[in-house]
Design a protein around this ligand. Sequence first.
Ligand SMILES: [Zn+2]
Length: 181
Amino acid sequence: MALRSIVRLGHPALRTPAVAVDPAEIRSPELQELIDDMLETMVEAGGVGLAAPQVGIGRQLFVYLAVDPEKDPQEAERRVLINPMIEPVPGELVYDWEGCLSIPDLRGLVPRHPAIRVHGLDRDGERLDFRAEDYEGRIVQHEYDHLEGVLLVDRMSPADKLRHKPALEELVEAYKAAKGR
Ligand SMILES: [Zn+2]
């Protein structure tokens, strides 16, 4: 296993919709290694979710921690979702604070569906079909957005975005400067 570097705002991988994983490829050593690396990278970075585009890989795959607010986060189950589809369960949108490993030091108030139905494949290629709500539902919606090239800044209110504009521009400039070197 190895840590992967997490790309930051300004990197085109974060804005490119990810491509579905061929189910025949799921058990390949390369894909299994990518999953292990992403889990390790997420935990090391102190995150609760990490999508493949965040490590520069444009595939429909993300990992996350099924955190239970009642329990120790260390005990949270590590989950893998491949080619996910989500369907909102009807209900009023809920606003809460989110952060993103690709946008350091920024927290934004983001509306999400209170519950969703999730379909996809696990790391063995087995079909998944479950309901995610509250904090877990929020994490899954955030990571799913990454697969579509959508970031939490896109879901923040215009006032919030304006407030964070200098910090966001700084990140994009830092990316450009690093690329130019
Ligand atoms: Zn994120």
